[in-house]
Design a protein around this ligand. Sequence first.
Ligand code: PFF
Length: 455
Amino acid sequence: MSQQEQWKSKLGFILAAAGSAIGLGAIWKFPYVAGTGGGGAFFLLFLVFTFVLGMPLLLGEFIIGRRGQSDPVNTYRKLTDNPKWSLIGKLGVFTCFMLLSFYSVVGGWIILYILKIFTGAFNGLTQDQYGALFGEIIANPLTTLTAQLVFLFITILVVAKGVQKGIEVASKVMMPALLILFIGLVIRSLSLEGAMDGVEFLLVPDFSKLTSESILFALGQSFFTLSLGVSVMVTYASYLPKKQNLPQSAISIIALNIVIALLAGLAIFPGVFSFDLEPNAGPVLIFSVLPAVFNQMPFGMYFFLAFLILFLFAALTSAFSMVEIIVAAVTKNKQEKRKKTTWIVGILIFVVGIPSCLSYGVLADVKLFDKTFFDLVDFAVSNVLMPLGALLIAIFVSRKVSKDVLYEELRQGSRISQSFFSIWYFLLKYVTPIAIIVVFLDVLGLFKWIGKLFS
Ligand code: PFF
């Protein structure tokens, strides 16, 4: 008999789930993919995909999670008579394992940046020197590996404490702090000279800048930032009491996620434009452009430190969820096994993550399919495993669980109407899977291949 833990409060669950959602995706990836993908037009697309595709899937994960009241693998077994569907849960566990193996590398970089601030290393460099410093920091094998280990160590300490005492307590402190600090940071950014050019870049859509690639990125980004397709939200919802209002929770989490992505954009782009930097600098945007931006402000390094600390919080609350689902699946929610399993999982993730960590240094020239280990694992997780998981979950919820069960579960704790249910069901059954398949075909290069056939 498993002793399923439960969230202590409604807000605790919302903050923990929002904590899983808000992470590197909203703060690190969003500004640079928006920067390269057309600014405001990208943001608008991201919003559309989040509401039309992400939200139905998030609600779907919540419904089956709370219905199953079990670990991510057994939930699927419980809800159908065919045990093969539990493969979705196993796929999610594997995906989270691989995801954290490189996510923790970036988590480590944040820790190194925080430490570097205290040495004064970021004071008074030129833009190019910031880029070079970033390259130098992430190339050092010993420090990056140690930092990755520290990031995983903090994650394990919290997750080992359990859902209520660990994840919920940490999220309740970290998420409001994140929001408040971010608002302060945005006010500072917006008061810079020429800040409005950055705001315009982020908020005024120019559709001529959209490419088919940026459309696909916007879709991938909306799934990634909501932690969808890996059963994390199924697992978090399994710790919910029946009185929780699921649609309301989903909307709150999505709103928080969008607000943080917006704040991240508003913190970064005004500075980028005000100091005449390039918005499309790519993945290094935060790490090499931001120190330059902060350096030119009075008390800039304090603001940069604040930014990095909240960035670390956001990455940690996402990492908690990845470890939680693995631990829940392995222990089958048996509390007595929790501590030991969490430690073992953490150590294994570290070991598997070593090649990714070294990809920017000693292993930079080791390439598979023309990609470094880091890029290969990122690609496999973000562009193959997560969309595949999302597709399977959409199919499972809309085609394998009875409509009556879904309706009944959704109605518990909420008063949604039949028409809301019908719209949700339609989106999940048809629109979400088709959109994911289109992305998939593109990732596999099939569209280009077909195009060539006809040209
Ligand atoms: N949503 C997280 C982010 O945007 O950084 C990433 C993530 C966390 C994806 C947890 C999947 C997951 F299970």
